[in-house]
Design a binder for this molecule. Structure first.
Ligand SMILES: Cc1cc2nc3c(=O)[nH]c(=O)nc-3n(C[C@H](O)[C@H](O)[C@H](O)COP(=O)(O)O)c2cc1C
Length: 338
């Protein structure tokens, strides 16, 4: 890779932590972040992360082994905290010698961080921090690094924008901790800005979802190339009794179907047929199925086209290495102009 001295310097801590050439992570994307994309990202100098999603421990074991065949560079595994077999999945990562585990989807359950760090092959733990108070708590409880992700991002989102989270958290945390910024990043100029504010690196999802190495269906990719920022909308909660985490996706028929699904699940909750935890799990299974329909089957009408607002900047398929080079060059150019 060419040299980008100013960007490299600001990314040094993040890259050392990840064991990669650049501190650019490709955030885990269910169905998309599998062996091909993850190994391509790590081979190109970034940091790939397998999306475990709803995989069984056996499937995750295979995915890790297949990824290891395609790259000898480090990569991470993203585990969803509400997965019923979370601790078995942690054991799979430990046995396979995975260097970094990302815990997503809520506050890590008791003992999970300890299990990741205390196995035969201790891994580093990366968590998502939605607020400053929680960020401090997670760092006290053993998280080695944090991702702060704004509501511009694709997939499950919080309520606050990336620019506000970065201003709130980086001045307090970035000097002593490794903080990665995610959500809405489409160009290197934005990366330069967050690095200057103290971020150790950045995480992108949408920008990489349509890379040449991504196995996403050609129709899924076409929908991304056609979309504008305003087409990537957050899902709406229709029933106050059923708290669902909003999901940002391109609007289509599937967006309406989700409203119906929420009503159906809220009904079963009302009739006390299921508990709240089960209701939330059903919602998550719904998303996993809908995303699979779009990413794998190419059903862009009824499936879920999870995408962030940066989708409007995507115009064509590009190899991962070109995307990373471009982001680094844009960041370097911005820093050089300062
Ligand atoms: C199609 C898609 C699927 C995603 N799936 C997951 C997931 O399974 N777990 C997770 O932690 N984040 C998931 N994300 C979020 C990404 O990891 C990443 O943090 C986010 O895309 C960054 O924001 P950006 O889309 O604006 O680049 C997903 C994002 C997209 C676009």
């Amino acid at each position: 890779m060419s040299s980008y001295p100013k960007t490299d310097r600001l990314m040094q801590r993040g890259a050392d932590f990840l064991g990669s050439e650049t501190a650019i992570l490709c955030g885990a994307m269910s169905w998309v972040s599998e062996r091909n994309l993850v190994s391509a990202i790590s081979n190109a100098g970034g940091f790939g992360v397998i999306a475990c999603g709803a995989m069984t421990p056996e499937l995750l074991e295979t995915e890790i082994a297949e990824t290891q065949k395609l790259t000898d560079k480090p990569f991470g595994v993203n585990l969803i905290t509400m997965h019923p077999q979370l601790f078995d999945l942690i054991e799979v990562c430990d046995k396979a010698g995975v260097s970094h585990v990302v815990l997503a989807g809520g506050i890590p359950p008791k003992g999970s961080v300890e299990a990741i760090k205390g196995g035969a092959n201790p891994a580093k733990v990366i968590c998502f921090a939605p607020t400053l108070a929680l960020a401090k708590k997670l760092l006290r409880s053993g998280a080695d690094a944090l991702v702060i992700e704004g509501m511009e991002a694709g997939g499950h989102i919080g309520p606050v924008s990336t620019s506000v989270l970065a201003q709130e958290m980086l001045p307090e945390l970035a000097e002593d901790h490794i903080i990665f910024v995610a959500g809405g990043i489409g160009r290197g100029q934005a990366i330069a800005g967050y690095l200057e504010m103290g971020a150790a690196g950045v995480q992108l999802g949408t920008r990489f979802a349509c890379a040449s190495e991504s196995i996403a269906h050609p129709d899924f990719k076409k929908a991304f190339f056609r979309a504008n920022a305003r087409d990537a909308v957050a899902s709406v909660q229709v029933d106050a009794r059923l708290p669902v985490i909003p999901v940002r996706a391109l609007k289509n028929k599937g967006t309406e179907e989700f409203t119906a699904k929420q009503r159906e699940v809220a009904g079963t909750l009302d009739r006390e047929e299921i508990a709240m935890e089960e209701a939330q799990l059903q919602i998550e299974h719904y998303w996993a199925g809908a995303l699979r329909r779009a990413v794998i089957d190419g059903d862009v009408e009824n499936g879920s086209l999870m995408a962030g607002q940066s989708v409007g900047m995507l115009k064509a398929e590009e190899p991962v290495a070109d995307i990373i080079q471009k982001l680094m060059a844009q960041s370097e150019e911005a820093l050089s102009r300062r």
